[in-house]
Ligand binder design. Structure first.
Ligand code: NDP
Ligand code: 2IT
Length: 444
């Protein structure tokens, strides 16, 4: 980095001990050097310095009482990162690893992702270090209610619209929405990922995983390949992983592995998704239960071994930095020719370098997993006009959005001297729209 090095240095100085945030910012700034050269007006008006600084960060206490009558205290976060092109929009993550640095990295990524969707949504993210694992229904509900009792002050359908992420699915969205409605007496589109009978959109549940495959399909087709007959490895077994698997299978692929944070299952005949859905969505159990239903499947302890499985296409759909340099090298040596990121930043910068150096088709998360938030934005639209579109209508829109993102990202990559590099294309295309809006709106 040359022109933007001082911006990076300031980010590190101001935000010590936030390695994931530094990683996310560095990747974007590195790609923006040619943009800074071509747009001196963005340097002059401090766009780069401003875009790396959240507009607002909220940290709050979340007290709740567990089933044994003990008081528990968690920490809640909402980072309202950028509202240049629309209300803050982004998910809530409940996981013990959550801290302000993680939420900032996710919020920062969200700005560019949301811009790429072509829809009017700004960037934000939130969550808590609450661990939903092993908690009772009552504990989950009381936690969600306490979380919303504070969060409601800062959000609104035209201000900031949260949704799900790791540890937050329709159940948690329901408890939070119920509490919001009780406190404010308003039924509106303040949160997305709602149930279908209370304002949710068809296809939102499937959107991130389906969108990932639609995007990957565009990338594969442009390079003479497809999902048809391909062997696919998918990490995670949550919302994104399950619906990525479903769409990959529909597109003719064989998905042979899924994981959770404890280990992975390998089913050489192809994963039976009905079994997975029953274990994960109905029983809320661990992925290792899978081998009780499928005699030819194997379970292995430890989640990182999944990348040693030979595959054509890898879809990391669990969490950040789950594919490091070693895992990337293993994938390449096993003949993997495409990687599309369903999770946010699942590949380390060293892993991305391995893929790009070896001409592996690589779809970065900002572009590839934007389908989820895109359908969230369509849920907001439906709530505003008080209507519900049918499944086909929303699914068609999703497919169109992912196609357009692929086109736009490839075009911009070539225009800025990075032909075929979708990482650079996504960062630059995502940035340009937000930068234009910030420039037009003056120094605010
Ligand atoms: P879920 O909570 O539904 O599932 C998460 C999955 O990832 C689980 O299988 C979980 O295993 C695994 N996982 C979580 N943390 C870790 C970890 N530290 N190490 C190993 N495995 C882990 O979340 P989602 O499917 O919604 O989210 C998955 C990823 O996709 C995240 O990166 C999220 O930010 C991203 N994403 C989600 C979108 C959405 O619409 N939901 C949209 C765009 C991106 P375990 O059960 O053991 O914790
Ligand atoms: O990372 C993401 O894009 C999400 N978790 C979805 C956000 C949303 O507002 O639907």
């Amino acid at each position: 980095m040359r022109i933007l090095e001082n911006v990076m240095e300031q980010v590190i100085r101001r935000n010590p001990n936030e390695p994931e945030f530094h990683q996310a910012v560095r990747e974007v700034l590195e790609c923006l050097e040619p943009v800074a050269e071509r747009h001196p007006e963005y340097l002059k008006t401090g766009i780069f310095e401003r875009i790396v600084e959240p507009e607002r960060q909220i940290i709050f206490r979340v007290p709740w009482v567990d089933d044994n009558g003990r008081v528990q205290v968690n920490r809640g976060f909402r980072v309202q990162f950028n509202s240049a092109i629309g209300p803050y929009k982004g998910g809530l993550r409940f996981h013990p690893s959550v801290n302000i640095g993680i939420i900032k990295f996710l919020g920062f990524e969200q700005i560019f992702k949301n811009s790429l969707t072509g829809l009017p949504i700004g960037g934000g993210k939130g969550g808590s270090d609450f661990d939903p694992k092993g908690k009772s229904e009552g504990e989950i509900m009381r936690f969600c209610q306490s979380f919303m009792t504070e969060l409601y002050k800062y959000i609104g359908p035209d201000i900031d619209v949260p949704a799900g992420d790791i540890g937050v699915g329709m159940r948690e969205i329901g408890y939070m929405y119920g509490q919001y409605k009780r406190i404010t007496n308003q039924f509106n589109g303040v949160i997305t990922g709602k149930g279908l009978t209370w304002g949710g959109s068809l296809v939102r549940t499937e959107a991130t995983g389906y969108g990932l495959c639609y995007f990957a399909d565009e990338m594969l087709k442009a390079n003479g390949k497809s999902f048809e007959g391909a062997t696919v490895v998918i990490s995670g077994s949550g919302n994104v992983a399950i619906y990525a698997a479903q769409k990959a299978i529909q597109m003719g692929a064989k998905v042979v592995a899924l994981s959770d944070s404890n280990g992975y299952v390998y089913d050489p005949e192809g994963i039976d998704l009905d079994v997975v859905k029953r274990i994960k969505e109905v029983e809320r159990k661990r992925i290792k239960e899978y081998v009780n239903y499928r005699s030819n499947a194997h379970y292995y302890e430890g989640c990182s071994g999944i990348w040693n499985i030979k595959c054509d296409i890898a879809l990391p759909c669990a969490t950040q930095n789950e594919i490091d340099k070693t895992a990337a090298e293993k994938l390449v040596s096993n003949g993997c020719y495409a990687v599309a990121e369903g999770a946010n930043m699942p590949c380390t910068p060293e892993a991305v370098e391995v893929f790009l150096d070896n001409k592996v088709l690589f779809a970065p998360s900002k572009a590839a997993n934007a389908g989820g938030v895109a359908i969230s934005a369509l849920e907001m639209s439906q709530n505003s006009i008080r209507c519900c579109w049918d499944f086909e209508t929303v699914d068609c829109k999703l497919r169109e959005i992912m196609k357009n993102i692929y086109k736009n990202v490839s075009k911009v990559a070539a225009e800025y001297g990075y032909p075929g590099n979708l990482v650079a294309g996504a960062n630059i295309a995502g940035f340009l729209k937000v930068a234009q809006a910030m420039y037009a709106q003056g120094v605010v």
